[in-house]
Design a protein around this ligand. Structure first.
Ligand SMILES: [Zn+2]
Length: 361
């Protein structure tokens, strides 16, 4: 009885060991990510009845995984897998550009939001940077933050730091190196103290605006402006256009006139440095309901100010410099300055209650 049982077990064992291994083309493979592992490419013919244990992508280096044949024709077979991590960690900063007063102390680590690596996880604590800022000297500096993962992949992120003079909360943009606008003809474009137009940019389709002798906008904006005025008039609101397109040279004269007559605080809070004005785009217009001190903050409380705030977006305009957004736009409240961005974008900016700067964040 005992011998018979032993014989049966021996027979079973022999039967098992006589099975062959799964006929992989190769038993040593290198993978970089999940999609790289494909059994069809390791075997001639139908691979559907083979399955392998999962590869642990969080462990770069060699690992053995066992593969199994559900039809039991082949015995379990081991593959030698080398996992290679080629993904660089990603650094997120709290800002891409900041302005600091001349002579101020600063802490560059505070602008690190997080650093995440797909394999190694959170690397925020390992982020390093090289400080090239001279806080005593006005200008634009770039700080590069870097971090490497265990496999030596390095990720980086850049922070542009402007060292400049502040007047109240408003910084002087004249000493900064701006980012040049790529496509000034795009009606959605962002122009501000750090995003500039070249001195020779002039729109090709300037059109005299409705009820004016000397105020121009680009054609599309001029048409939208006319519809805006007609709608305001229907509600008994008067709209007078004061300033639309302004050339680079006109902006240069205006800026320096303001500086001479009104000083730097007034100038940097209300007047754009040449090349940084939306008026050069031919998409911005200053309007009022009176000839008597027309461009005054009190406009915001009157019917036209309210109409701009609540209705201008329906015609593709946004109120560019709002009362509570001076920290973002770095200009004072200008209830008279509207900017054409097209109906779709204007509606989104209005509905989300944001600025053009925030739209591009
Ligand atoms: Zn304006």
């Amino acid at each position: 009885m005992k011998i018979w049982k032993l014989g049966l077990i021996l027979l079973l064992l022999l039967g098992c060991s006589s099975k062959k291994e799964i006929p992989f083309n190769t038993k040593e493979i290198t993978v970089y990510q999940q999609n790289d592992f494909n059994l069809d490419q390791l075997i001639e013919g139908d691979a559907s009845h083979f399955a392998c244990a999962p590869i642990d992508f969080s462990q770069p280096g060699q690992q053995n995984i066992t593969c199994h044949d559900s039809t039991q024709e082949y015995k379990d077979t081991t593959l030698k897998v080398t996992v290679v991590d080629q993904m660089a960690p990603e650094i997120k900063l709290t800002h891409s550009r900041i302005q600091l007063p001349i002579g101020s102390t600063y802490h560059l680590e505070q602008y690190i939001d997080q650093a995440i690596d797909e394999v190694d996880g959170d690397l925020t604590q390992q982020v390093t940077y090289v400080d090239t800022i001279n806080a005593q000297k006005a200008g634009t500096y770039e700080v590069i933050y870097t971090v490497s993962d265990r496999s030596g992949n390095t990720g980086s992120a850049s922070l542009v730091v402007d060292i400049t003079t502040f007047y109240d909360e408003y910084f002087d943009a004249s000493v900064l190196k701006p980012e040049m606008v790529e496509d000034p003809n795009d009606i959605h474009v962002l122009v501000n103290k750090t995003h500039a137009l070249s001195s020779d940019y002039e729109p090709k389709d300037l059109t005299l605006v409705y009820q004016s002798q000397d105020v121009y906008l680009r054609q599309e904006a001029a048409q939208a402006y006319k519809e805006f005025v007609l709608a305001a008039n229907q509600q008994g609101i008067t709209v007078i256009p004061f300033s639309g397109y302004r050339s680079y040279s006109l902006q240069t004269r205006l800026y320096h006139n303001y500086l001479d007559r009104n000083g730097p605080l007034y100038t940097v809070s209300l007047s754009a440095y040449p090349g940084r004005s939306e008026h050069q785009l031919g998409l911005a217009i200053d309007i009022s309901d009176t000839w008597n001190d027309p461009l005054n903050a009190s406009l915001g409380q009157r019917a036209l100010g309210q109409f701009i705030k609540n209705e201008a977006y329906r015609f593709g305009f946004i109120l560019r410099y709002q009362k509570d957004t001076t920290a973002i736009t770095n200009y004072a409240y200008e209830p008279w300055h509207i900017r054409y961005v097209g109906k779709e974008m204007a509606k989104e900016i209005h509905d989300r209650q944001i600025t053009l700067e925030q739209y591009y964040e």
